[in-house]
Design a protein around this ligand. Structure first.
Ligand SMILES: Nc1nc2c(c(=O)[nH]1)N[C@H]1C(S)=C(S)[C@@H](COP(=O)(O)OP(=O)(O)OC[C@H]3O[C@@H](n4cnc5c(=O)[nH]c(N)nc54)[C@H](O)[C@@H]3O)O[C@H]1N2
Ligand SMILES: Nc1nc2c(c(=O)[nH]1)N[C@H]1C(S)=C(S)[C@@H](COP(=O)(O)OP(=O)(O)OC[C@H]3O[C@@H](n4cnc5c(=O)[nH]c(N)nc54)[C@H](O)[C@@H]3O)O[C@H]1N2
Ligand code: SF4
Ligand SMILES: [Mo]
Length: 686
């Protein structure tokens, strides 16, 4: 009989890190099920998680290191690869200085703290400040804005009395929230959908607001206007905990619902109704799209306005509102270094707040800084030539690098451009700490990610990659951990949990602390110790200290964008597919069968206007490029809009349409949600 064991760990195919049970027989993972006791997914899995073993054991996985020779990849040993890479890095460092090295880690570095931490540590050890990640296109904007406002990061809880789904579609992207909403609706929780598209949750929602992409900031300002004019705010909370409300009152005067109606397409009456409903509910929360509200011209100010809506209605640290959940004292694998990352002059608040520096550079500025500043790149767990804006600009720039190294499980579009490709372990092949539950869903829970199986073929973990590379560069002192287990034990150091406890006694994970709904003195760590409705940090950095609205540069209402006539339709990119994570999983039959083609979505009226029929081959163009997809003519999308998915490779890559220089002015995020395009039917010869 085969020896079978069952290991409790997390999925890691997206940042939700759902709990799973992996059955392993004779060293091979043979079955994966949801872990019922896990607070995030309660035993459920999405189709990606259900099919995780197809990802782990797929024959297209990279098996050994490769080097590009005369345009073709050749197998080499790890020894040779690391020797050559370290020699090249040393030479470039000597000639140009250490800042010439850039590093990138993708979304997998968000759920996988070891990837982001070790990558960051390596760049510091090497002496470069230039670490880039998805943090400068996704989510950190909201964290940063809430830090600026609260000195803390209050988070939406899963259980709420009123869910405002503001550009967020849990059925596609957020399984834990979808489960929570379905459960709480049975108990009377209300749901509001603010979206240019009817999403599955629109069907049973209490209110549905069909909004013009990129105009959300105007709606939020008008809601603040109504709440203030009608005196529906929480006076006691404002008096006790905030600073600057008296400045907000006159500031908000012009932002009437009628003003917002013209900008947003949402009728003024509906704006009033929503503002009243929100103000009347304790335990109400805005669930802002995870990246939707960031990747637009008004991004930072959108997040500021949402914070202020929560604050003036007293929906902070109440169950179901936004709650400050305790963070664990994790050992920091990242290492602070000298020097300023790219972007500090243009987007200072992204990098520095109250004298504290974050480790990330502004990724949208990378293409224009190759090759003058950046000569080499190491990409660990990311596919920037598909996932970052303006793939043409990124590709052109990456082709000018003296050295591009990619560490991944698969031969991605980025890997194909590399000088060296190195095989990476999957999440079932290494140890780690699963902790995102607190950051994304306000659950103070930790779990040990277990090594369930041995590395596939010649794959290495990031710990091994950087430890070995550092040795060759004389940087071994920075990587003192003798094993992955030691590294993870270091991370767990001050959490109160030992590696052994999480491995043997609580393999299902554990709560490291309890949340509290009180607001003791000293809760808000801003300089004023109050919630800063009026933000001195924003003012000092030269930005509006009270929330404002900025029209997207490329929009039908923009005064600045001159070539509009060529691109008459609004373009949104990157609505999530339930079956894929970004550019991943297209090669998994069970998933690809469910969503086989990149589909450009548009309404019946718009399709008619442009002579497009269901299933037509279409081209979608912007001032940056053209993609080829199929038309999906639907009832659920508002007229005048085209939505294209991101993550497809080659000619269907949505980021051929986006623009690295079309940036949100405060934190430098790319606009991926509110652009302009043209669409037409095309003949594709097959
Ligand atoms: N299956 C799957 N899940 C994922 C991911 C994945 O790739 N696949 N990626 C993960 C990551 S990294 C992220 S950042 C999140 C993304 O999560 P979100 O940003 O929340 O993205 P979606 O859930 O697709 O929801 C976006 C919704 O916003 C609407 N929308 C588009 N533009 C606008 C606008 O301007 N205003 C408003 N109000 N609505 C708009 C769209 O129609 C869509 O219904 O998903 C995460 N979850
Ligand atoms: N147009 C448009 N573009 C977008 C978005 C959008 O909405 N619109 N969304 C953006 C957002 S929010 C995000 S977060 C980014 C995501 O951007 P990325 O993170 O760059 O995208 P992924 O395709 O998830 O790339 C992750 C890569 O890591 C590899 N990988 C998986 N596990 C491991 C591991 O353990 N180790 C290593 N070394 N590699 C591993 C995978 O095979 C995959 O190639 O995309 C952004 N791009
Ligand atoms: S939502 Fe799906 S892909 Fe993401 S962690 Fe859970 S099971 Fe895995
Ligand atoms: Mo993201």
């Amino acid at each position: 009989m085969k020896a079978r064991k069952e290991i409790l760990t997390d999925c890691t195919l997206c940042y939700h890190s759902c709990g799973i049970k992996v059955a392993v027989e004779d060293g091979k993972a043979v079955e994966v099920k949801g872990l019922a006791s896990h607070p995030i997914n309660k035993g459920e899995l999405c189709p990606k998680g259900e099919n995780i073993l197809d990802t782990i054991y797929h024959p297209q996985r990279i098996k050994y290191p490769m080097k590009k020779v005369n345009g073709k990849f050749e197998r080499i040993s790890w020894e040779t690869a690391l020797d050559e890479i370290s020699r090249k890095l040393s030479d470039l460092k000597e000639e140009f200085g250490p800042q010439m090295m850039g590093m990138f880690s993708g979304s997998i570095g968000v759920e996988n703290m070891e990837i982001a931490g070790l990558t960051q540590r390596f760049k510091t050890a090497f002496g470069s400040p230039n670490f880039f990640s998805v943090e400068s296109v996704c989510y950190r904007m909201r964290i940063r804005t809430r830090q600026i406002t609260f000195g803390k990061y209050p988070t939406e809880e899963l259980d709420s009395n009123l869910y405002i789904l503001w550009g967020h579609n849990p059925d596609a992207s957020d399984l834990p929230l979808k489960m929570a909403i379905e459960k709480n609706m049975q108990k009377g929780a209300k749901v509001v959908v603010i979206d240019p598209k009817k999403i599955p949750m629109s069907k049973n929602a209490d209110m549905v607001l069909t909004i013009r992409p990129g105009s959300d900031g105007a709606l939020a300002l008008a809601m603040i206007h109504v709440i203030i004019k009608e005196k529906r705010y929480d006076r006691a909370f404002i008096d006790k905990h905030t600073k600057g409300f008296e400045k907000l009152v006159p500031h908000i005067e012009p932002f009437t619902p009628e003003w917002a109606q013209k900008i947003t397409w949402v009728p003024a009456d509906k704006i009033r109704k929503l503002a009243r409903m929100f103000a009347a509910t304790k335990g109400a929360a805005i669930y802002q799209g995870t990246c939707t509200q960031d990747q637009t011209a008004n991004g930072t100010q959108n997040s500021r306005a949402f914070s202020i809506l929560q604050v003036i209605t007293g929906n902070i640290n109440v169950p179901g509102g936004w709650v400050i959940s305790p963070r664990p004292y994790l050992g920091n694998v990242g290492l602070a270094g000298d020097g300023d990352p790219l972007g500090i002059d243009k987007y200072p608040l992204f990098i520095e707040l109250w004298g504290r520096k974050s480790p990330y550079g502004v990724v949208t500025m990378v293409p224009e800084n190759i090759p003058d500043l950046l000569k080499s790149f190491i990409v660990v767990g990311g596919n920037p030539l598909v996932s970052m804006p303006d793939s043409n600009a990124f590709k052109e720039a990456f082709r000018k690098l003296d050295l591009l190294v990619v560490h991944d499980l698969y031969m991605t579009d980025t890997a194909k451009e590399a000088h060296y490709v190195l095989p990476a372990c999957s999440n079932l092949e290494k140890y780690g700490v699963a902790y995102n539950y607190n950051v994304c869903h306000c659950i103070p829970y930790l779990m040990l990610r277990k090594k369930c199986i041995e590395p596939y073929e010649e794959s290495w973990s990031e710990w091994k990659l950087f430890t070995e590379l550092a040795k060759r560069l004389g940087l071994e002192e920075y990587f003192p951990w003798a094993s992955e287990e030691e590294l993870v034990a270091f991370e767990l150091g001050q959490t109160g949990f030992s590696f052994d406890y999480l491995l043997n006694e609580k393999p299902e994970g554990d709560y490291y602390q309890q949340k509290s709904y009180t607001i003791p003195d000293g809760t808000f760590k801003t300089p004023s110790k109050k919630i800063e409705i009026y933000s001195d940090a924003m003012q000092q950095a030269g930005f509006d200290p009270l929330p404002t609205y900025l029209e997207p540069l490329k929009s039908p209402q923009s005064k600045k964008y001159r070539d509009l006539k060529k691109y008459p339709l609004i373009l949104g990119t990157g609505n999530r597919s339930y079956y894929y994570t970004h550019s991943q999983h297209r090669n998994i039959d069970a998933l690809n069968g469910q969503d086989p083609h990149p589909m450009a979505e548009l309404s019946r009226n718009t399709a008619k206007d442009f002579g497009i029929k269901q299933g037509d081959d279409v081209s979608v163009s912007t001032d940056r490029g053209t993609v080829f997809m199929k038309a999906s003519v639907v009832d659920c999308v508002a007229d005048g809009i085209v939505f294209v998915p991101h993550g497809w490779s080659g000619q269907a890559n949505a980021n051929l349409l986006t623009d690295a220089k079309c940036r949100e002015p405060i934190l430098g995020y790319p606009d991926m949600k509110s652009l302009m395009c043209a669409i037409k039917s095309v003949e594709i010869s097959r």
